[in-house]
Design a protein around this ligand. Structure first.
Ligand code: OAD
Length: 254
């Protein structure tokens, strides 16, 4: 069944040009970055990521949230792309109109070689003023000045507000340029491959529905069934690091 579905999916991708790949935390899991639904480990085991990743939590406990990001940044710094990321980059070589839209704040798609990557939830390695005092986003290079880690997050050199990671937190608006681009891609793509996302956080979770209702063929790669499965024309139940290389190999060889 799986092989048959991979062949069907490869055939569809081969046939069309405009391919969108929507990714979530599942695609980076085999690189060693835990997903948002995975239990946290060590010091952070008693916290729920969904509760830490909010502006409200940052306002109340700036040092705690900053320390959590320091921990997450250390994880991201030490990992490398997995075969799933490389397969997506290879797909772009075979089908040059492939575009990646990701909810991931790591840059593993770029490191693997993907050219156009739309980051819906920002980048964990960037920082910005929490008041965006010089306009959105007021990016801050925290290596350009000294600050004491024991005092919590560094302060914006322009206005003195706390510096925060340049990521989208729960309940915050997504960066408009990225969101508009993603919306446009979803409306106009021929095929959307949705990989490793639980489909629980909107507006990213709405993109497969938008693509589907505009006539695109939706292929889902996820070991688990998700709310997106309902609009998936083809479901490949497996790990992205295993399924994607097989799928892209099948596209290349068809
Ligand atoms: P989640 O953690 O919600 O979901 C990860 C998904 O990946 C689940 O559906 C898993 O079944 C699937 N998965 C796990 N391992 C996999 C593997 N090896 N291959 C393929 N799939 C696998 O992650 P996201 O859907 O990305 O937002 O989460 C969406 C957003 O919720 C995140 O960007 C973050 C979070 O709150 C913000 O920070 C705003």
């Amino acid at each position: 069944m799986m092989l048959e579905n991979i062949a069907r999916a490869a055939h569809v991708i081969r046939k069309y040009n405009s391919i969108a790949v929507l990714t979530g935390a599942g695609v980076s899991r085999e690189s060693g970055i835990p997903t948002f639904r995975d239990a946290q480990v060590g010091l952070w085991a008693r916290y729920n990521p969904q509760e830490l990743a909010t502006y409200e939590a940052f306002t109340r406990h700036p040092k705690l949230i900053w320390d959590w990001y320091t921990y997450r940044r250390a994880i991201v710094k030490n990992v490398t792309p997995n075969p799933g990321h490389y397969a997506i980059a290879r797909l772009e070589q075979l089908k040059p109109e492939t575009v990646v839209v990701t909810q991931n704040v790591d840059e593993l798609h770029e490191i693997a070689g993907s050219k156009e990557v739309v980051h819906l939830h920002g980048l964990i390695n960037q920082n910005r003023c929490s008041h965006d005092c010089q306009g959105y986003p007021t990016l801050i290079d925290i290596d350009s000045f000294a600050w004491n880690v024991n005092d919590g997050p560094p302060r914006c050199p322009h206005c003195g507000a706390y510096v925060r990671p340049n990521v989208t937190w729960m309940g915050e608006a997504l960066p408009l340029v990225a969101l508009n681009r993603a919306w446009d891609i979803a409306k106009h793509c021929d095929v959307m491959v949705v990989v490793g996302t639980s489909g629980m956080i909107s507006p990213a979770s709405l993109l497969p529905n938008l693509a589907h209702s505009n006539g695109a063929i939706v292929i889902e790669i996820n070991p688990d069934v998700t709310p997106i499965s309902r609009v998936a024309n083809i479901r490949l139940a497996g790990k992205s690091g295993e399924v994607l290389p097989e799928l892209v190999e099948a596209v290349a060889n068809e």
